[in-house]
Design a protein around this ligand. Structure first.
Ligand SMILES: C[S@@+](CC[C@H](N)C(=O)[O-])C[C@H]1O[C@@H](n2cnc3c(N)ncnc32)[C@H](O)[C@@H]1O
Length: 243
């Protein structure tokens, strides 16, 4: 049987948010490759080999997966959320690029529910008009680039979703982002801190920029910044569809 690769998103946490297409790929797979906590979500079964690895080895992991596919195995590379959003799908194509002998392999990207959409749904509809997503991690780009993109998006009045907002390794960056927001947005600008969305630990906090503190974000949080038109109705936060 010839091998294939599915680069799949497991959604934000709840099994109910894994798509049937991803479940079917997992049921047919011989190997699952991915970051340790994501692979831990896959139930072991006979005939399935799990390959958990550390977060910092994305390109090695992608190469290993492609090698296994070339050997005829059926491999699922798992990401949380959607695999194309700050996740493994780009790493797979980056690993593929310099290896023409692998370009004809059977590779599919299977979408998943990304954290910002699950968080937005939990809050109401804060991304109901134009928005953008920004990865606040400065592992793969300079912090100045992050700050410039946040400033330009705020000036253009996009709602924004921030991934990887703050980690123990880089605690200061989020404070710098808040400084940019305070310079560009009014104090009442609504922000949503959505932590561990769709898991039993889900916590949602909605408050104006003036009351936000750095420690409200961690690596399990996606942060949504409303546009100037974002507002509350009852317990819901939404952005009208016109601006
Ligand atoms: C490396 S990115 C991966 C994003 C993932 N591919 C997606 O589409 O959601 C990890 C970041 O996603 C966000 N995230 C992932 N799952 C989340 C969840 N259940 N609740 C809140 N944020 C989450 C956090 O900002 C976290 O730091």
């Amino acid at each position: 049987m010839s091998g294939w690769l599915a680069v799949a998103g497991l959604g934000p946490g709840a099994d109910a948010l894994i798509t049937p297409e991803v479940q079917a790929a997992l049921a047919e797979a011989t190997d699952v490759v991915g970051y340790i906590p994501y692979v831990a979500r896959i139930a072991p079964r006979p005939g399935l080999t799990l390959h958990p690895s550390d977060n910092r080895v994305e390109l090695d992991r992608a190469r290993d997966a492609l090698r296994m596919v070339a050997e005829g195995r059926r491999v699922v590379v798992v990401s949380s959320g959607d695999p194309g959003v700050f996740a493994m799908a780009s790493a797979v194509f980056e690993a593929l690029e310099p290896c023409p002998e692998w370009h004809g392999l059977d590779i599919r990207v299977l979408p998943g529910i990304t954290a910002m959409l699950a968080a937005a749904a939990a809050a109401g509809a804060p991304l109901g008009h134009d928005f953008c997503a920004i990865n606040l991690s400065d592992n793969l780009k300079p912090l100045d680039t992050v700050l410039r993109r946040v400033r330009l998006a705020a000036e253009a009045d996009f709602a924004m979703a921030f991934y990887n907002p703050r980690s123990r390794a880089r605690p200061e960056g989020f404070g710098r982002v808040l400084e940019v927001l305070r310079a560009c947005c009014e104090p009442g600008r609504l922000m949503i801190f959505a932590r561990a969305v769709s898991t039993p630990e889900q916590a949602l906090r909605i408050l104006p920029l003036s009351e936000v503190t750095e420690d409200m974000a961690d690596m399990r949080t996606v942060v949504i910044v409303g546009s100037s038109r974002t507002r509350q109705v009852g317990r819901f936060t939404y952005t009208p569809r016109s601006a």
